[in-house]
Design a protein around this ligand. Structure first.
Ligand SMILES: *Cc1c(COP(=O)(O)O)cnc(C)c1O
Length: 424
């Protein structure tokens, strides 16, 4: 079943009409289907058991979404102390969390080590040395996987490739043995594994195959040198359909994992992000005005690039569906769908064939559950938009729209300015 579909001509999440949600919480608003998140999680579980599924929460860090996944048995992949604390707050035990990221601060490493985190994925020699120093100082042993850069082109967008030798991520796979040798002599470290993550939105198994081969080769080399490699973290990157892409075949991925790395006898970790939550979310917006110029038809909506930035930073495509199903035989004409933000780049779609739309109509930006709300900003003084979770026939606001007062609450006017008054 598709997470969002028309019921009696009205786009709905399961049995819940999205128009009812828009009426209750206003627009713009993110809506997530808990049933769809759960189904996506089960698909991973079925395909990849007994691998550990550590949800890459940077895709969608909402506490309720995390709690839902935690309840299904997911661990988390975090990339900052903020995400780490959020995962803990959602009830994900530290022993189920891995910490990734190319620029962890010492404070972040210490917080993670002090909690007893499952694994830290180190991305450089200096980081390995820092982990040793901090762990020794606080009397802990750091479980470390070395994130290698396998020098594989994931064949995805340039901006979301992470495994080429010119990308900032990981340690060159050719340099891993030397770093393992160095780490063996450092206190406070247990070098347990290898991690790899070559990019996001992969549709093709081939780059995974090349990366996993490198990993397997490296594991054999390291073991021959006496290293005890017991865990492999295979990263995320599982592609979904935004426009006409074929989603990465999970069964094929599982077969690939069996062929290339399962024989090494390591515990396996996967870090899906987008695939678990992307298709499970939409961004609702209302048409503010339709402006016909001599050159273009502009559909101006009340969501902006600050609410959903993927089209602007990646040129990403999101399907745009009217909440009221267009009548049969509706005439589709190209339109530029733009937001209210004072930037020319505030454009969700260019020359997109769309049915007739008028001020007041509601639309949904599809596949917006991943890298949507988490990337939002308040640019142009626009409050973050609310998030709503649908489960069965009910929906709940899982992040409220901040009031304008709340938006100002952290800001202070220093005394010397306050004294000068606002009265001119
Ligand atoms: C972003 C990220 C992921 C998740 O990527 P998706 O494409 O959302 O699956 C997994 N692991 C690491 C280290 C990441 O940075």
């Amino acid at each position: 079943m598709r997470p969002f579909d028309y019921i009696d001509g009205s786009l709905a999440a399961g049995p819940v009409r999205l128009a009812d949600i828009a009426a209750a919480v206003g627009t713009p608003a993110y809506v997530y289907s808990a049933d769809a998140v759960e189904a996506a999680y089960r698909e991973f579980e079925t395909a990849l058991a007994p691998a550990r599924i550590c949800y890459a929460m940077k895709a969608n860090g909402n506490l309720a979404v995390l709690r839902l996944l935690a309840g299904l048995g997911a661990g988390a992949d975090v990339v900052s102390e903020g995400e780490f604390r959020r995962a803990l707050a959602a009830g994900i035990a530290p022993e189920r969390i891995v910490f990734s990221g190319v620029g962890k601060t010492e404070a972040e490493m210490e917080a993670a080590l002090a909690s007893g985190i499952l694994q830290i994925n180190a991305e450089s020699a200096p980081e390995v040395r820092s982990l040793s120093r901090i762990a020794a100082r606080i009397g802990r042993t750091a479980s470390v996987a070395l994130r290698i850069n396998p020098d594989v082109d994931a064949g995805t967008l340039d901006q979301i490739s992470t495994g080429r030798k010119t990308d900032k991520f990981g340690v060159a796979w050719t340099e891993a043995p030397a770093l393992f040798r160095e780490a063996a002599g450092l206190p406070g470290l247990s070098m347990e594994g290898i991690a790899v993550h070559i990019g996001s939105q992969l549709g093709d198994l081939d780059p995974y195959r090349r990366a996993f081969r490198r990993v397997a080769e490296l594991v054999r080399t390291l073991r021959a040198e006496g290293a005890r490699i017991r865990r492999l973290d295979l990263g995320g990157g599982f592609g979904i359909r935004y426009r006409d892409e074929t989603p990465l075949p999970l069964a094929g991925y599982a077969a690939l994992v069996r062929e290339e790395v399962a024989g090494l006898g390591c515990e396996l970790v996967v870090e899906p992000g987008r695939r678990l939550v992307g298709p499970a979310g939409v961004l609702l917006a209302r048409v503010v005005a339709v402006k016909e110029t001599p050159a273009r038809r502009f559909v101006i909506v009340d969501a902006g690039m600050n609410d959903l930035v993927r089209p602007m930073i990646y040129g990403a495509w999101h399907d745009i569906l009217p909440l009221d199903a267009p009548p049969a035989g509706a005439h589709y004409r190209p339109a530029d769908v733009v937001g209210p933000v004072c930037e020319t780049t505030d454009k969700f779609a260019e020359q997109r064939p769309l049915p007739p739309l008028a001020a007041g109509d509601l639309v949904a930006f599809c596949e917006a559950g991943a890298y949507g709300a988490v990337m939002a900003s308040t640019y142009n003084g626009r409050p973050l938009v609310p998030e709503v979770l649908v489960r069965g026939g009910r929906f709940d606001v899982v992040r409220a729209r901040p009031t304008f007062e709340e938006s100002l609450a952290l800001e202070r006017v220093p005394d010397w300015l306050a004294a000068s008054g606002g009265d001119g």
